[in-house]
Design a protein around this ligand. Structure first.
Ligand code: GLA
Length: 391
């Protein structure tokens, strides 16, 4: 559906009025490498996708906010002075949470709005459909209110909405990538300081292929929180040896070898080793990409997956099968799970001549081994949040 068609849906839903609705878009994201690093204060390398969430917004005079979606059945209608009271456990918690955080920061939503969301990102696939809804809402409401739109602030307040209102303890990576993406570039983000730079992501004759396992990410929240706690335990124990250590990802692999005997539990030590080595892999990836060495980047992607499977233990059978089958295709340079894990998507770098074969053969073998129908998206890197047809 293009913006014009979504606008028509908007008119069907909310009717005509004097003012013209405005159109905003925020992408989904894929993380290229640097998994489970954001809450450990290190480097991540995500990129914005070419598909995401489109939001059509129009002001209302009566202080009522109406939410609807073209792809989700739940709708909501709330009064501006009752925003924070409206928590339902449905998708509308994401935009409402953003409104609560905007108010905390001195940008209260004081007018009524009609908001129609059109989501192209499969829900629960680990491609940040929720971050996309949050960021597009924050950006649109600040724009409509005539305020400054600082995309780093928007990422932070969107993360806060997810942490405080929705109740998911995520890091900053997803919202940051969605808010600050740039076409044909990955984002090298330092999650402690939020310093970032856009790294050209030119894959030449290769394509990024995202593979959706269509395995629902069961238990992801509780396992995610458990991993965060294990990282905190590792940090506390390592601080006994290095008192100025603020985050696990500050350690180089050499320093980790030096201090690792402070870690008393093998599982906790494995989690910490993943973090330290994965962080180093992100920096090596940036070097490989700037030297146009896609083979090396692919090798690092493979190492990342193996570490998430064996040390961090956030993969699952479906992700492992898809990655294993992906690596059997001769034109695959690297394949790994992406996002939190326990289901969701893989990302592979595949030579363009082999993409068709990849989609067919990996799809067939994945289906015969798991009984699930995978889905594949061959996609480029898109823009971060923006107003379409606006300024
Ligand atoms: C989820 C979280 C992110 C990040 C990744 C793992 O996507 O929302 O903050 O921690 O998992 O890298």
């Amino acid at each position: 559906m293009d913006a014009q068609q979504i606008k028509q849906k908007f008119i069907q839903k909310f009717g005509e009025s004097g003012s013209e609705p405005r159109v905003f878009h925020a992408p989904g994201r894929v993380n290229l490498i640097g998994e489970h690093i954001d809450y450990n204060g290190g480097y991540v390398l995500p990129a914005a996708l070419e598909f995401g969430t489109t939001l059509i917004v129009r002001e209302r005079e009566d202080g009522v906010i109406r939410f609807a979606s073209t792809n989700l059945p739940e709708e909501a209608e709330i009064k501006v002075d009752e925003i924070g009271l409206h928590k339902t456990g449905e998708w509308t918690d994401y935009p409402v949470g953003v409104m609560v955080e905007l108010a905390k920061r001195g940008y209260p939503v004081s007018r009524g709005y009609e908001l129609l969301y059109h989501g192209e990102i499969p829900n629960g696939a680990g491609l940040s459909s929720s971050a996309s809804i949050e960021v597009v809402t924050g950006y649109a409401l600040l724009t409509m209110g005539g305020f400054d739109r600082d995309t780093v602030e928007i990422a932070l307040l969107s993360q806060a909405a997810e942490n405080n209102f929705v109740g998911v303890n995520c890091g900053i990576m997803d919202q940051f990538a969605v808010a600050n993406g740039k076409k044909d570039h990955a984002i090298l983000l330092m999650c402690d300081t939020l310093e970032y730079k856009h790294v050209p992501f030119q894959t030449g004759s290769c394509k990024l292929v995202i593979g959706n396992t269509n395995k629902r990410r069961g238990l992801v929240d509780s396992k995610y929180n458990e991993r965060r706690e294990q990282c905190n335990t590792a940090l506390e124990q390592l601080q006994g040896r290095k008192s100025d250590l603020k985050y696990l990802a500050e350690l180089t692999p050499e320093q980790f070898e030096q201090y690792k005997d402070a870690l008393t539990d093998e599982t906790v030590a494995n989690r910490a080793r993943h973090v330290v080595e994965e962080n180093a892999r992100v920096l090596s990836s940036v070097e490989a990409l700037s030297a146009n060495d896609l083979r090396e980047f692919g090798r690092l992607m493979n190492l990342s997956h193996d570490s998430l499977r064996d040390l961090y233990e956030v993969s699952c059978e479906e992700l492992d099968v898809m990655v294993e089958e992906a690596r059997k295709i001769p034109g695959t340079l690297g394949a790994r799970m992406t996002g939190a894990g326990f289901g969701g998507c893989t990302v592979s770098l595949v030579h363009e001549d082999d993409v068709e074969r990849f989609v067919r053969e990996v799809g067939d073998r994945y289906k015969s081994r798991t009984g699930l129908q995978g889905e594949f998206y061959v996609c480029g890197v898109g823009e971060g949040v923006e107003e379409l047809g606006g300024s």
